[in-house]
Design a protein around this ligand. Structure first.
Ligand code: 6U4
Ligand code: NA
Ligand code: NA
Length: 155
């Protein structure tokens, strides 16, 4: 039986820019990511999203907007990652490098899709438009998407 494991990913947006983090270690190393990680057993998904954002970027948010839910199957691995994606426009603090992430603002037309997970170029446009989405991606390795579905969601 495959089991879903819960993760979060947070993107800070302003009118024209998105804050991404260069992953310095672990899963997704060398790629620009959202700030996030595993949901611990004793916390809600929202609590996890805020905690990981603070740990990895130094930023605090009161409110997060739900952007979408993505499921990732990595062939040969037993767990399916269920990633809850959030955005925030208001935050407190200054983006600060952590052991895990190096934050950087990107103008939206300059998002470095070639140095990101290959699925990101498919759903980022929905996130930027504020269209909620639901997706399922089956990966062969970390470079090739073998199959996927991506739909607008109204959750
Ligand atoms: P540790 O070091 O165990 O505390 P933790 O920060 O809890 O790690 P991490 O960073 O391994 O967890 O979580 C993986 C992150 O990568 C989550 O934010 C989800 C995200 N992620 C995984 N696959 C992705 C993909 N294909 N596209 C994407 N984000 C992905 O955009
Ligand atoms: Na993380
Ligand atoms: Na974690």
């Amino acid at each position: 039986m495959t089991k879903n494991k819960l993760y979060t990913s947070v993107f800070i947006l302003n009118e024209a820019n998105v804050l991404l983090g260069m992953k310095k270690r672990g899963f997704g190393v060398g790629r620009w990511n959202g700030f996030g990680g595993k949901v611990d057993a004793d916390e809600t998904i929202l609590e996890a999203a805020k905690r990981e954002l603070l740990e990895e970027s130094g930023l605090t948010v009161n409110e997060l907007q739900e952007a979408g839910i993505l499921k990732f199957e990595y062939l040969g691995e037993s767990e399916i990652l269920e990633v809850h994606v959030f955005t925030a426009c208001k935050f407190e603090g200054t983006p600060t490098e952590s052991e895990e992430m190096r934050p950087k603002w990107f103008p939206i037309p300059e998002v470095p899709y070639n140095d990101m997970w290959p699925d990101d170029r498919l759903w980022f446009p929905l996130m930027f438009r504020g269209q909620k989405f639901s997706g399922y991606f089956k990966f062969n390795g970390h470079l090739e998407i073998q199959d996927y579905t991506l739909e607008p969601a109204c959750t």
